[in-house]
Design a protein around this ligand. Sequence first.
Ligand code: CR6
Length: 790
Amino acid sequence: MPPKDFRDAIVTHLTYSLGKDPDHATVFDWRMALSFAVRDRIVDAWMASTRRTYAKDAKRVYYLSMEFLIGRLLEDGVINLGLEDEARRALEGFGLNFTDVVTDEPDAALGNGGLGRLAACFMESLSSLGCPAFGYGIRYEHGLFRQSFENGRQMEAPETWLQQPHPWEFERPEARFLLGFGGTATATGWTPAETVYAEAYDTPIVGWQGRWANTLRLWSGRAVDPFNLEKFNAGEFTAATEGEALARTISRVLYPEDSTEIGKALRIKQEYFFSAASVHDILRRFEAEHADLGLLPSKVAIQLNDTHPAIAGPELIRLLHDARGMDFDEAVRIAQGCLNYTNHTLLPEALESWDETLFGELLPRHLQIIDRVDAAHAKAHPKRKVSARGDGRVKMGELSFILANRVNGVSALHTGLMKTTVFKDLNSLHPEKIINETNGVTPRRWLHNCNPGLSALITDTIGDGWIGDLEQLEILVPHVDDAGWLERYAAVKTANKAALSDWVMDAHGLKLDPQAMFDVQIKRIHEYKRQHLNILETIALWQEMKDTPNADWTPRVKLFAGKAAPGYFFAKEIIHLINDAAAVINADKTTNDKLKVAFLPNYNVSMAERLIPASDLSEQISTAGKEASGTGNMKFALNGAPTVGTLDGANVEIRERVGAENFFLFGMTADEVEARRAIKNHAAKAVAADPRLKRAIDAVAKGVFSPGEKARYKGIVDNLTGPDYFLVTSDFTDYWRAQRDADAVFTDTAAWSKMAAMNTALSGWFSSDRTIRGYMADIWGAESLLEKDA
Ligand code: CR6
């Protein structure tokens, strides 16, 4: 038993787990000691949860995701267990600052963006709600690359989170599965040419108030034959360890593409590797307790987070039919009873499909199974031709749909569009399958922990029930009309902005004016997200400020952060342009006090935790119909930053909830986008109609921001004045108008604060607790096992 007193627990770990004397311990040592002390408490909750799940023979949820963007875990653990005061006091007693210790932890960046962060929020909510669940993914040795800038250009370096000891995980050498690739298949079996072990590492994820903990199980590749002695003895030292190197390659690195399909052999290996290991593990756990495989759908719910784990379906059928002798059609029915699929994008370039030759070479038996499933589906529905096969490809979206019990979209708009576009035909055959579960974010990390000032004010006003039941924030509404309360609300934002300004000064050497409006766009760089619309508006604003420097301008700080996929040339050019424009604008003495632009390098979860509480305006400006949901938009609203945004993804629902008067809407709707695109020369027409836009584009074209290389941005300029598929130019004029509306409100501090506070008060619905309750009820048929009286 670990010591009861938390301070003793920390010191005991420092001494016996780290082998350090308090007098000589570094911040790292203290962080590890604190982490172990917290982990001990989590383990108690974890084991109790596991026992209860077994005792109740409860249905378990399995969330299969290629990405879990969990970030730091220490602060979350401390706060969810209610240990913050004790931890602070203990560390202070040793002359240490709590924040310094918790921010010493590297981010676990095992994801690209929204999809991976959603999975992490879901894991936290599943535990907070006491839903028995496992997250299954890959233990990447290198997470998302580290970004830096060289002369404004993005540079990529490997991320190395595992080079430091990782205190949260438990290695499980006994939970190991042998997986195959390649070889030959017959009608009943498969002889792989190559095999590799998947080995489990478990991280407990504790929920709010420490009442429940679930497991995040990440798979790592291990060689079957790690060391070839014969080769070693022959002096071939590198070749002797080749097997190990190859096996480890599978879990070596996270592919850095976000919402883009990559179609590489290693990627399909990664997908099969973690999906198959997870399905083996699920069956093993089920069979340890049940003899009748027919019970699977009543005990097991598997959620496929996008199509990346789609191969789990054919693998489950293979294990039931080939390995356990179940009738094929029955195996398909059982699989369909367990599997569900979440679609996260309608972008055609992101819908996974594999070349059948490549697929068949790596997974010959699975290809046969897919063909059989697909043929049966086609036969049952002869009137409409929809298939997971065709044109020499294996289409993972169609496959996932056919093998799923429920298919869901991630916002109301997105789900509606799924039914009329990518899954139109399948939806007409299975109209009951597609449902909506609008995304959410965990209020613990994204309000309570990242914004302690606001959290304290809310708790002081309405008590702390909101942390576990976010819709209670609505009780704040009447307080918004109390001038004294509103001033306190505004003071929190001001303090957060001052703290952010200090950090930006320290870390990036840029001076920001905390009185200015902090206008923030942080997310992956993508044409559909339109960071280039934002920078064009910034350039136009700068030009106009220069025209009339003495006019009554609302000072702005434009902050950008986000990574571009290393192979996405256009996105990297956008980064370069923003950095180039920032250099010129920030150096301009006539506008210096009114406009600053900064692109903060190496955006990650912990940077978001700093930026969002200090933001005034949230940029959610995607081309309507392209952003499936967004989740950053929810975090900003919750932290009191009104949105300037289009009617896209969950923006639509945010605006409905917080009120149209508390949202700066602009731009075309998804329908209007389609119509506009059909107009010949739409971009040239838009540019001709708006002199402001024309002047901004001309400045870019003439090399105002790239004097040494005038044609540097020819690609961007030609795109914007030519095809402009994402309709930057057509939405520019209305975007400018919305920005000036925001300027006008911002000059009236009370009006702005009220808008911000209404955003906080009315976005409680965007808690991932609400989302997970929806999945539990509508998709999984899972129940909370929390003791009601606790
Ligand atoms: N890129 C969507 O684009 C959504 C998240 C989570 C995305 C984004 O709008 O909020 O998923 N899609 O549902 C994919 O990753 C395929 C994303 O993060």
